[in-house]
Design a protein around this ligand. Structure first.
Ligand SMILES: Nc1ncnc2c1ncn2[C@@H]1O[C@H](COP(=O)(O)OP(=O)(O)OP(=O)(O)O)[C@@H](O)[C@H]1O
Ligand SMILES: CC(C)(CO)[C@@H](O)C(=O)NCCC(=O)O
Ligand SMILES: [K+]
Length: 246
């Protein structure tokens, strides 16, 4: 069985082909390309037996995928949805359909790897921090702007805070002594500070440190700056598809 899996985010679409031996091929493209009907050549060359996807980027992106699939007889697009409970995880949202399905899949995959209290942090266009207790109960979470939207907001809404992107793995977070450094160190500081504070929401009574999972396009960058013990799992959202759509 070969299964094409996609994680369609607001900025980037990530895909991989899963075969019995594991992931054989993988790639990515800008979601804007997908929306306008341009699929990567490496992807359209595939002849998968199933296609399953997580989509938070709107109907046009999924429609472009479905269009391509019309040329592949017998295939229908399996779109993951938040259906609680699933794989031992229950959703905290009152209206479960409102929770981003990428957040849900990352929670399923994290709990499947290790069913302990956890913070699941997905660093993409938005940064999401979701809290999970040992029983697989999602306690809710936080949505912050990601690095690019934070920078754009400063650029747009102030006169003098224009800073080119200067982000490097392992960079110093010492207080900035000019505007460029103050912005480039301030943006990651917001996310790292939020992780620490969210962790305290989870550990109220001196319990053990929660497991910290990092994923998303900027996961490697945040991993390099994070002084808490953590696991960087770049394909956590894709990993959740096997649990939601087995
Ligand atoms: N090849 C790449 N092209 C573009 N951005 C990349 C690439 N590799 C890493 N990035 C970084 O990853 C970020 C996007 O991360 P990710 O793919 O997780 O977001 P997304 O899934 O589109 O967003 P969201 O889930 O919030 O809708 C970009 O803002 C950029 O900083
Ligand atoms: C927050 C994002 C953009 C992160 O990809 C996505 O999960 C989403 O669109 N969520 C819907 C809103 C919510 O989760 O409450
Ligand atoms: K994502």
């Amino acid at each position: 069985m070969s299964i094409l899996e996609l994680d369609i985010g607001n900025t980037r679409t990530k895909w991989r082909l899963l075969e019995s031996a594991g992931a054989a091929l993988r790639g990515g493209t800008d979601t804007a390309e997908l929306r306008s009907g341009r699929l990567p050549e490496a992807l359209v060359a595939l002849r998968p037996q199933r296609v399953r996807a997580a989509n938070v980027a709107g109907a046009a992106a999924a429609a472009a995928l479905a269009d391509w699939m019309r040329g592949l007889p017998g295939l229908s697009l399996e779109l993951a949805q938040v259906e609680s409970p699933c794989a031992g995880v229950t959703c905290a949202y009152r209206d479960t359909r409102r929770l981003g399905v990428d957040r849900w899949l990352a929670l399923l995959a994290a709990h499947h790897r290790n069913p302990v209290p956890a913070l699941v942090v997905d660093c993409g266009s938005a940064v999401t921090i979701d809290l999970l207790d040992a029983g697989g109960r999602h306690l809710g979470g936080y949505i912050l702007p990601g690095l690019a939207p934070m920078r754009r907001a400063l650029d747009r809404d102030t006169d003098a805070v224009k800073a080119a992107e200067l982000l490097n793995p392992g960079m110093s977070l010492a207080p900035g002594r000019d505007t460029d450094a103050a912005v480039n160190r301030g943006l990651p500081l917001m996310v790292l500070g939020a992780i620490d504070r969210a962790s305290r929401e989870l550990v109220r009574d001196g319990g053990p440190e929660p497991e910290l999972w990092l994923t998303g396009g900027d996961g490697l960058f945040f991993s390099s700056l994070c002084d808490r013990s953590h696991q960087l799992i770049p394909e956590l959202v894709l990993d959740g598809l096997a649990l939601s759509n087995p």
